[in-house]
Design a protein around this ligand. Structure first.
Ligand code: FAD
Length: 508
């Protein structure tokens, strides 16, 4: 492998403790990773600190779409759709290994909430907001044409529909690609290290750094920084309360659940946009890797902690019911569910709790009283633009000396290693290989089985036992590189099992 190895963890922790940074970024989801990348490319000295793993929060629980957001048109968020469409175009161009075009079919049935003429008008606007530069324009479809695209859709009451284009991604690897590029431009990036405290120059002075705990070694370190940026997604209020224990909420969490079922059980050809038979919400049946179809998502207000949020049986039934309504031959039951998981949208708290689906996905940046730049809201799709605005604000706060932002035109790294003839598959039915494990540990900062099996690969999403039966084998492969003894391997497998219980168990 010709790619240079990243500095070892001990060296990176030493650098965190020894240097003074321009920016200390808290949170390695897509927002923090995007900020670290943008800032490092502008020549700033950046530390990126992630408590669990890069993308372990909401950024590995999304619908994996890079999309204009056709459903946001209903609520009049034209700017968001315009910005998202522009970012979709850029990502298709600069990360073709991570973002690929995806064709959607939207069938319209008698009595549907969204009528055919409304759909046609919305999709015309969708194309216009993309400046007619999307990979393809929408087309109106007769009922026969809908069934040519998706032969297993329900026929009763089908009036017609439309087809349009968005894009699919791998959310964890998109995040990782930003981390890798940040590191390639000099950022010091560390996962499994949690910010425990903010530090202050003097009694009432501004924040001048953070105190972190290395969750693998246990040590506590002080990281000095001219500016601290909080990109903690649904954990944002926890970080803000390190500064002001009485601070009100800046984010409002809504929970979104997905389930994966074998694609052969549904029979969808590509992506299908559905309006829920229960409440009319827009949702999707999506093709996914590993022979899976993903059905999602829900959108319900929640106070669950982001580290422990899980799908409930009610969520699963709601998703199965929608899919069965549109694909009546599928007759999916809970037995068909290969995996189920949930994430929390860190929406900007507006004070109006209202309908979660109509809440804005716009992003916001605020400076706290003691000088922490706090990012809220956003979408995977618009992370680059959000990061640009955050770093612009940071540069201004730091006195204005930095190179111009160049991420609009810069390619992203992060491709999987090319398959070579001798590569052994981890399981015969999926394309993940031993080389992916090696790459994850050597080049992609994987430190645990969950890092490898949930976020560097999708093994946990694609195997009915979430990969429990191959966990020891994978741990043994990782062991020499991470210095794990036999006891270390046993411990890694036990921790993996705990992560699975925390993320994939369906609650009653
Ligand atoms: C169900 C669902 C579906 C979605 N689908 C899409 C989609 O298809 N397309 C799209 O564009 N958007 C989608 N989104 C929105 C998108 O996923 C989120 O907006 C985005 O991932 C948020 O990223 P983030 O970095 O802000 O938060 P997160 O990814 O949650 O990152 C925050 C990070 O901060 C870390 N952290 C917390 N506390 C600390 C601490 N003390 N020290 C250090 N680190 C800490 C956490 O471990 C976490 O990794 C979806 C969201 C949901 C919930």
């Amino acid at each position: 492998m010709s790619t240079p190895l990243p500095p070892r963890r001990a060296e990176r922790l030493l650098a965190l403790a020894g240097d003074r940074f321009d920016l200390a970024v808290i949170g390695g989801g897509i927002t923090g990773a995007g900020v670290a990348r943008d800032a490092a490319r502008r020549g700033l000295r950046v530390a990126l600190i992630e408590a669990e793993d890069f993308a372990a929060g909401t950024s590995s629980r999304s619908s994996r779409l890079v999309h204009g957001g056709v459903r946001y048109l209903e609520h009049g968020y034209l700017h968001l759709v315009w910005e998202s469409s522009r970012e979709r175009r850029r990502l298709l161009q600069h990360a073709p290994h991570l973002v690929r075009p995806l064709q959607f079919t939207w069938p319209v049935y008698r009595g549907a909430r969204v009528k055919r003429w409304q759909l046609a008008a919305a999709l015309t606007m969708y194309d216009a907001l993309a400046m007619f530069r999307n990979v393809g324009r929408h087309r109106r479809l007769t009922a026969t044409a809908v069934l040519t695209q998706e032969p297993l859709l329900a026929r009763d009451g089908l009036l017609g529909g439309a087809t349009y284009w968005d894009a699919a991604t791998d959310d964890s690897r998109l995040t990782l690609a930003n981390v890798l590029d940040a590191a390639a431009h000099g950022a010091v990036v560390v996962n499994h290290a949690a910010v425990r405290r903010l530090t202050f120059g003097s009694g009432n002075g501004p924040v001048d750094g953070v105190e972190i705990q290395d969750l693998l070694g246990g040590a506590t370190l002080r990281v000095r920084a001219r500016l601290v940026v909080s990109c903690a997604g649904p954990w944002t209020d926890e970080i803000t309360r390190l500064e002001d224990p009485n601070a009100g909420p800046a984010v409002r969490g809504t929970k979104g659940v997905h389930i994966a079922v074998p694609a052969t059980r549904v029979g969808n050809v590509s992506a299908v946009t559905m309006t829920s038979p229960d409440d009319g919400r827009v949702m999707f049946t999506l093709p996914a890797s590993g022979g899976m179809t993903i059905i999602g998502t829900t959108d319900t207000p929640t106070t669950e902690h982001p580290a422990n949020v899980r799908a409930s049986r009610g969520d699963v039934r709601y998703l199965l019911s929608a899919c069965n309504h549109f694909f009546p031959d599928a007759q999916l039951t809970e037995e068909d569910v290969v995996s189920a998981w949930a994430g929390i949208r860190p929406l900007v708290a507006t004070g109006n709790a209202g309908d979660p689906s109509s809440a804005s996905r716009e992003h916001a940046t605020q400076l706290s009283r003691r000088g922490v730049l706090v990012a809220t809201g956003g979408k995977l799709t618009t992370y680059r633009a959000q990061a640009q605005q955050i770093v612009d604000a940071a540069v201004q706060r730091l006195g204005g000396a930095a190179k111009a932002c160049d991420t609009a035109d810069a390619a992203l790294p992060g491709a999987r290693p090319p398959a070579s003839g001798g590569d052994v598959r981890l399981v015969p039915e999926l394309s993940w290989r031993e080389a992916d494990v090696d790459q994850a540990v050597r080049h992609e900062y994987a430190e645990s089985l969950a890092d490898v099996m949930i976020r560097r690969t999708f093994l946990a999403f694609e195997l009915p036992d979430q990969g429990r039966s191959i966990a020891t084998r994978i741990a043994k492969r990782m062991a020499p590189q991470l210095g794990w003894t036999d006891a270390g391997v046993t411990n890694a497998v036990r921790e993996y099992s705990q992560s699975l219980d925390r993320i994939f168990t369906i609650t009653p």
